[in-house]
Design a protein. Sequence first.
Length: 227
Amino acid sequence: MLQACLNGSRTAEEHPALPLTPERLAEDAADVAALGVTSVHIHPRDVIGAPTLVGPEVATTIATVRAAVPGIEISVSTNVPGSRTALIASWGPLAAGRPDIASVHVGEPGWRQLAQALHQVNVAVELVVESPAQLDDLPRGVTRITVTATEQTAETLLRQVEPLGLPILLHGRDQQAWPVFSYAATLEHHVRMGLEDTLHMPDGRTAKTNAELVAMARRNQKSRAPS
């Protein structure tokens, strides 16, 4: 799987093509889907551009993206301030505005309760692992492990999560985004690319759009996959 991480917690000042509104996220989702992406990871925003988990705002974003790209997996981040479990509990009636899967950062205060809240509203959980953690008793509803790594930490983290038997998405951020992507592609793990992870192409120039990053990622993925 190649996932596109479209915006993250970045601000409009960081990149002119960063998609923040539901309409812009839908446009970028359609562009990357045309390149073979089957999953998008997004950070829904409120009217002033701040990341949010508020039900109506999440629903508007998800429904708009889903209308543009029916059938694509939509993942959201839960890494926002506030009473996250209570906000997620309000997602139950959202129907088409409910995401398919949401990320939970292992080790954050209350991460197990957060995973439980997602499971209770029928949203799958992808656990984000950035450092060694106690994972022998996984919460219900976990369907994927996302490993955020550097070239130096990837092997150690993979040794811990691979025995869990779940699909693994391996990625890096900023200067580590492309090296870790290439490493993950050789191992045939799920990968992701987009403006959340890096603003730059492998040659160091600033990427124009999410689609440009994803097109390069697709070429990289195909060239490094075992024959």
